[in-house]
Design a protein around this ligand. Structure first.
Ligand code: PBG
Length: 333
């Protein structure tokens, strides 16, 4: 496409189409709608529980019955899917995270309850061991090392348990090598050919996950950091290699995470592969917008909608976000 303007100033005035609302709408290159959102939800044991998360004003840990209400709300707002993440207290965490394989764990019970009440809402499961390990890592920890291949075997089992509970999208967030192919084969061998995989393909070792770790009860327990498996924020060629590999292993869609600091990665991934590309607006991004808005330092609703628009402009097909319901309400009015 030739981007050279056909005319020059004064015949060409790029301000002309910006003069009124109807024209700005007509000239918009990108639109966001509730269809673009996957609503990130944090679960906790209990009944009727809505427990505030200090660093994420407006986000609550929800008991399964409250998560069911959220699913119905999502349906009514036109949000296609929810992504569930479990809070686990220290007593239920073990060195090898066995609770991940319990078919009656919090995630599975919530999934069954949601699928009963609102079957038309898509459900995405986070696959990784960090909510269940007593060291807070996504994989098995041995002699100070996260063991790749044995972790992958467990993640395959975890994925099958989640598929049986009714999850529609299996989303490995662990960053072990080879897990997408292994999970695909494992799901297929159990007859789950139609269960999707969304790979956290380019997932960076990021400080922006801070509030999430508090939300799921991992911040106090995490030993060290995740830099031997999550990506170095300095790298982008490597992101393309990660995405290429996950697509070759059978991922239906890929994700870039975090979001706003990594829009260049979103654009490169979309341009390089043309694959369904999602972006995770993570807890720290949510927290920043909320904190500034609660202090009156910026207009929270406008910043929220602007950030969501930026993801789509950068090439994302959709966004995993804690703002989903709030943004859908803002867009629906
Ligand atoms: C871990 C996982 C993380 C998030 C989703 N899955 C954090 C981490 O890697 O420590 C982050 C979500 C967020 O910050 O909102 N498997």
């Amino acid at each position: 496409m030739n981007k050279t303007p056909q005319a020059g100033f004064p015949a060409l005035r790029l301000r002309r189409p910006r003069q009124s609302g109807w024209s700005r709408r007509l000239f918009a290159e990108t639109n966001i709608s509730p269809d673009d959102f996957i609503w990130a939800i944090v679960l906790k044991e209990g009944k009727g529980l809505r427990e505030p998360i200090a660093a994420m004003p407006g986000v609550y840990r929800l008991s399964p019955d409250e998560a069911v209400k959220a699913a119905k709300q999502a349906r009514d707002l036109g949000i296609p899917a929810l992504a569930l993440f479990p809070y686990t207290d220290t007593e239920n965490r073990t060195p090898n995270g066995e609770e991940a394989l319990n078919p009656d764990n919090l995630m599975c019970r919530a999934a069954r309850a949601i699928k009963d009440a609102a079957p038309e809402v898509g459900l995405m499961a986070d696959v990784a061991l960090d909510p269940y390990t007593d060291h807070g890592h996504d994989g098995l920890l041995r002699n100070n090392e996260i063991i790749n291949d044995e972790t992958v075997d467990i993640l395959v089992q975890q994925s099958i348990v989640q598929a049986r509970a009714g999850f529609d999208i299996i989303a490995p967030s662990d960053m072990m090598d080879g897990r997408v192919g292994a999970i695909r084969a494992g799901l297929d061998s159990e007859g789950f050919q139609n269960i999707q995989i969304m790979a956290y393909a380019a997932k960076y070792a990021s400080a922006f996950y801070g509030p999430y770790r508090e939300a799921i009860g991992s911040s106090g327990v995490l030993k060290g950091d995740k830099r031997t498996y999550q990506m170095n924020p300095a790298n982008s060629d490597e992101a393309l290699r990660e995405v290429a590999l996950d697509l070759a292993e059978g991922a239906d869609s890929v994700m870039v995470k975090p979001g706003l600091p990594y829009l260049d990665i979103v654009r490169q991934v979309k341009d390089a592969f043309g694959a369904p590309t999602f972006v995770f607006q993570v807890s720290g991004e949510y927290a920043m917008i909320k904190a500034a808005s609660e202090n009156g330092w910026l207009n929270g609703e406008m910043a929220m909608l602007e950030s969501l628009t930026a993801f789509k402009r950068a090439g994302a097909n959709g966004v995993i976000t804690y703002f989903a319901a709030e943004a859908a309400m803002a867009l629906n009015t």
